[in-house]
Design a binder for this molecule. Structure first.
Ligand SMILES: Nc1ncnc2c1ncn2[C@@H]1O[C@H](COP(=O)(O)OP(=O)(O)O)[C@@H](O)[C@H]1O
Ligand SMILES: [Mg+2]
Length: 345
């Protein structure tokens, strides 16, 4: 049995993917889940949230070991194979597979192998390469007995993200309440559907190929990429922008999500508050965010010693409640715990 993979995806940057993954991975670990978090965005912002610059410098430049996602896939560019990753132990229950800016150089190889994986023969190597991210995170998760794998990715529909999505069992879509996020959603729904279908064809091709007999050990991801809902960010609201403008976009999200992502008819008007696909609305955490970044902690773990006093202390408390509730809800949706999965509270 493979370890479930969850990713956050929107074809639009700055919608809070990395911040959400960072906070959720901490909260999952507080809730006693063993978590592997993999940074497969060549921007490596998630890695920078967990580790100091000196630590990253050491990982990128001084050690020959396979301690970034890129170092694990690099031999595939030649004639070599995947290398078992070395993980960064963040806490007892939380491990990081660091990102790497060099990963973008793997994009071309992934693009080239995509058509090759539909050939009549020699399918093993292309499929091994296209599923490399899944193979690596599964090896890593098994090594630490992780129950869930969270993967951070960049905001585009390129070959790296296609390979990550193929590796994903579940997808959450973080949204901003603006035209650009909504437009991103319209492109993303059909892309997910097409990747899912094209991967299913590749699995079928492999099943019916002679190559499978020579490599019975090759396990491949199912490519489920099941959308389990969206999160709507309030923080993108510019204070100068009228509330009406925010509302206008917010109220369009339920219909666009249903149509573009679930392929369902936009069944009349659904207010976001009543939409079962809206997992939660993410608050604007204002000055807690830079304070937490400074102390390299999630906002809900800030203490008075970090400067979280007075109204900040109350905000920390309520952020902890928000993230605990959100984590339990997501865990419920992916079968990691039992929890009611109704509309956003
Ligand atoms: N809930 C929030 N409240 C306030 N600021 C936030 C919140 N979530 C994210 N941000 C800020 O918004 C910016 C973009 O977030 P980020 O997580 O990097 O988005 P993405 O990964 O989608 O590009 C960052 O500067 C981050 O600190
Ligand atoms: Mg990011």
């Amino acid at each position: 049995m493979s370890v479930p993979v969850l990713t956050f995806f929107n074809n639009k940057g700055g919608v809070g993917k990395t911040s959400l993954l960072y906070h959720l991975s901490w909260m999952f670990s507080h809730l006693e889940k063993r978590v592997l978090i993999a940074d497969i965005d060549p921007q490596a912002n998630l890695t920078a949230a967990f580790l100091t610059e000196d630590a990253i410098d050491e990982i990128w430049n001084n050690k020959p070991a396979a301690n970034t996602i890129y170092q694990c896939v690099k031999p595939l560019v030649g004639v070599g194979d995947i290398v078992k990753p070395e993980l960064q132990n963040i806490t007892e229950n939380l491990y990081l597979l660091p990102g790497d800016v060099a990963l973008s150089s793997f994009e071309d190889q992934l693009s080239n192998e995509w058509p090759n994986s539909m050939n009549d023969v020699n399918l093993y190597r292309p499929l091994r390469i296209l599923s490399a991210f899944w193979q690596i995170v599964q090896i890593a998760a098994n090594a630490i007995q992780a129950e869930i794998i969270l993967v951070d990715i960049g905001p585009n529909l390129g070959a790296i993200n296609r390979s990550v999505l193929i590796a994903a069992d579940y997808v959450i879509i973080p949204m901003g309440a603006d035209l650009f996020s909504l437009q991103g959603l319209k492109n993303l729904g059909p892309a997910l559907k097409s990747w899912k279908e094209l991967w299913a064809k590749r699995l079928e091709n492999w099943e019916n190929s002679g190559d499978k007999k020579d490599h019975p050990e090759l396990l491949l991801p199912e490519g489920s990429m099941k959308p389990i809902g969206y999160l709507c960010q309030q923080y993108g609201v510019r204070l100068s922008r009228p509330v009406r403008a925010y509302d206008k976009w917010v109220q369009k999200i339920p219909g666009v999500y249903r149509e573009a992502v679930l392929n369902e008819e936009p069944a009349g008007e659904t207010r976001q508050e009543d939409d079962p696909n809206c997992i939660s609305i993410i608050k604007h955490y204002r000055s807690l965010i830079p304070l937490a970044q400074e102390h390299r902690k999630p906002i809900f773990d800030l203490t008075p010693a970090d400067g979280a006093i007075g109204s900040h202390a109350n905000a920390v408390f309520s952020a902890r409640e928000d993230f605990e509730k959100l984590s339990l809800k997501i865990m419920g949706k992916i079968g990691l715990c039992s929890y009611p999965t109704g509309p956003a509270a």
